[in-house]
Write a protein that binds this ligand. Structure first.
Ligand SMILES: C[S@@+](CC[C@H](N)C(=O)[O-])C[C@H]1O[C@@H](n2cnc3c(N)ncnc32)[C@H](O)[C@@H]1O
Length: 267
């Protein structure tokens, strides 16, 4: 990832984390429908979690539902943000398991560590680093999770190669991400990015599958969770005070072009 883009992303997510820490804001759902953690996750996943962890949730679905974590497993969450998915996974991995959260943004790591303290979870460790260069040894993790992060990376192949490297044989990835369902013209894509965020780097199902297979993964399954209709995009733009000044033809081109999706594959 180029230094400029990385710095921009750090600045953006660092600012969000600082607002949640200061109690002056809630992280906006940057790459999903205007819904908060209570809608993305069933109650079962959220009980016992600190309010600040819920407020910092910026995902687009519930990868822990997909991960089916078992007691004793080791889990790694890529781009762990305020720590919501790490803290949920820690409940299922139990005292004999271990959950790592990896993030590059200092403010997010600080917030995640505060949330760890508030939650009382002991089997959790937040580490600083890049998802393109994971600071863990080969074959040490049972499941890699991630929620709305991989689409941000300029080098998704490196991220998936690194995930494959750290997963034990037979282990799995369980990812929630934004994908592209149909090609849209570059300017329109830029508009949609302004309204919803997190879609400029979205891959198609075929591209995602190919990159996973190139990294070595097998039994790839990609399932659409929720596709973004033109009505949703209009509402999202208006909520952000941005204009949705599109012809019918352009609105139809964007209709259901992007979606949140579950991605699962095995080593
Ligand atoms: C959209 S937020 C998602 C946070 C969290 N997964 C959630 O569901 O709330 C993206 C997070 O990924 C981190 N991030 C983005 N690109 C990264 C990279 N290349 N390496 C490490 N962390 C990254 C950001 O700092 C931010 O905390």
């Amino acid at each position: 990832m180029s230094k400029d883009i990385k710095d921009e992303i750090k600045k953006y997510y660092g600012g969000l984390a600082s607002e949640v820490t200061a109690g002056t804001g809630e992280a906006p759902c940057c790459c999903c429908k205007p819904q908060k953690s209570q809608i993305l996750y069933d109650d079962e996943y959220l009980e016992d979690l600190p309010e600040e962890a819920l407020k910092a949730s910026i995902g687009c679905a519930n990868p822990i539902f997909l991960a089916n974590i078992q007691p004793g497993e080791t889990v790694l969450d890529l781009g762990s943000g305020g720590g919501i998915d790490v803290l949920i996974s820690a409940k299922y991995a139990g005292e004999t398991g271990k959950v790592y959260g990896l993030d590059m943004t200092d403010e997010m790591l600080d917030l995640a560590n505060e949330n760890k303290q508030r939650s009382g979870r002991k089997n959790v460790e937040f580490i600083k680093g890049y998802i393109e260069d994971i600071p863990l040894d080969n074959d040490t993790v049972d499941v890699v999770t991630s929620n709305c992060v991989i689409n941000l990376s300029e080098d998704k192949s490196a991220v998936l190669r690194e995930a494959y490297r750290v997963i034990r044989p037979g282990g799995r990835v369980a990812i929630a991400d934004v994908i592209e369902l149909k090609k849209v013209e570059a300017d329109l894509r830029k508009n949609a990015q302004l309204w919803v965020g997190c879609i400029s780097g979205a891959l198609s199902i075929e591209e995602y599958t190919q990159k996973l297979e190139d990294a070595g993964f097998k039994n790839v399954e990609i399932t659409v969770v929720d596709s973004y209709t033109k009505e949703f995009l209009r509402e999202f733009a208006q909520n952000k005070g941005l204009s949705f000044d599109l012809s019918d033809e352009e609105a139809n081109e964007l209709d259901n072009a992007f979606a949140s999706a579950y991605v699962k594959a095995y080593k």
